[in-house]
Write a protein that binds this ligand. Structure first.
Ligand code: HEC
Ligand code: HEC
Length: 304
């Protein structure tokens, strides 16, 4: 009798301790979940945790494990993902971050839009204003300038690509950006410039392996493999048919399918680096072939 009640007391005590631990752990897990990181176990086996959790529920009633979620500032985490930097940047993160600066630096870096037309933009070009400050406007989504997709059309400038700068030391690239290119530290600071330079030096891919620069048709990639990635990754935000997000205006829809049909080189750039200023994933950590597979699949999606 005496022995039994002692056992129960001990069990109760253990359960109470577990209950407390679990509540702290639940808060921690919610935190990590929001942070999109995986937690490893704390030494307790899954089963022991499960049993203890059940016991805690039985003894104390429902433990409000999710109540702590509200304490966590989700928006600042999203902001950190979009505009911040990890403490220990990987090469993949670095190159993708640089690629987003190449795309539209003020959106990527949360800066004011630039005024006027870029000093290097030729008078013969058809564009003007802030967009002429985007690297891609002069050097192209395929990084090949006049030798690539911008060889003709409304974005043609006759300016060369940046493939000649592959392998350049980063400080040489940064110096060119601060010099003739007129990008001030207020626009792109030194740390950000280093990301851009890393991208120029080591992040360019040869898009002509996947997209014909003459016809702008997608020629490479495997749609079936791409469908697997699209359905398991991209669809979370864009929907299975790519129409959940629509960035069109004036009554015109712009879905992934719309963009893939019109500007596949731009889409490939976004798949490799993500869309600047948005909470979007990128596939930079994988081979460019994976990105090309996804691109190929997106050309099969509805355009309107
Ligand atoms: C308004 C047009 C324009 C914009 C925008 C522009 N560039 Fe350039 N870029 C040029 C021109 C013209 C040259 C060739 C003459 C020169 O080096 O100044 C050039 C040359 C380069 C070169 C050297 C290529 C070589 O092989 O010599 C690199 C690298 C480069 N740009 C990177 C960038 C990056 C990165 C950005 C965005 C931060 C950018 N450019 C934005 C016009 C532009
Ligand atoms: C976590 C959510 C999320 C995921 C996952 C995601 N995207 Fe996005 N994507 C966005 C958001 C948000 C935008 C911006 C939409 C807007 O401007 O209205 C966007 C924009 C785009 C754009 C358009 C950029 C433009 O305006 O030209 C393309 C193309 C794109 N995504 C492709 C993809 C592909 C392909 C994948 C899978 C590899 C993917 N996205 C995965 C959230 C996501």
């Amino acid at each position: 009798m005496h022995k039994t009640s002692l056992t129960i007391d001990c069990n109760l005590l253990t359960i109470m301790r577990f209950g407390l631990m679990l509540k702290q752990r639940a808060a921690l897990c919610a935190l990590k979940r929001r942070d999109r990181r995986r937690t490893s176990g704390s030494g307790l086996s899954r089963n022991a945790m499960g049993t203890a959790l059940l016991a805690a529920f039985m003894v104390f009633g429902a433990v409000q494990a999710s109540a702590d979620d509200d304490d966590y500032d989700d928006d600042s985490l999203a902001e950190q993902f979009v505009h911040g930097a990890p403490a220990q940047p990987s090469e993949a993160w670095l190159l993708a971050a640089g690629g987003r600066i190449y795309d539209k630096w003020w959106a990527a870096l949360d800066r004011d839009e630039p005024d006027g037309t870029h000093p290097l933009y030729p008078a013969t070009g058809q564009q003007s204003g802030k967009n002429t400050w985007r690297c891609e406007e002069c050097h192209g989504w395929d990084y090949r300038g006049a030798a690539g997709i911008y060889r003709n059309g409304s974005h043609a400038t006759g300016i060369k690509g940046i493939e000649g700068a592959i392998g350049w030391p980063e400080d040489k690239i940064a110096a060119l950006m601060r010099g003739s290119h007129a990008y001030t530290p207020e626009m792109i600071n030194d740390a950000e410039m280093a990301r851009l330079a890393a991208f120029v030096s080591r992040g360019q891919i040869d898009m002509s392996a996947y997209i014909d620069p003459e016809t702008r048709q997608v020629t490479g990639g495997d749609a079936d493999r791409g469908r697997a990635v699209f359905q398991t990754v991209c669809a979370a935000c864009h929907g299975f048919d790519g129409r959940r997000l629509d960035w069109g205006d004036d009554g015109e829809h712009a879905y992934i399918g719309t963009e893939a049909a019109k500007v596949p080189d731009e889409v490939l750039n976004k798949i490799l680096n993500a869309h600047p200023g948005e909470e979007m994933v990128n596939l930079r950590a994988f081979s460019p072939d994976v990105a090309a597979d996804v691109l190929r699949y997106t050309t099969t999606l509805p355009t309107k």
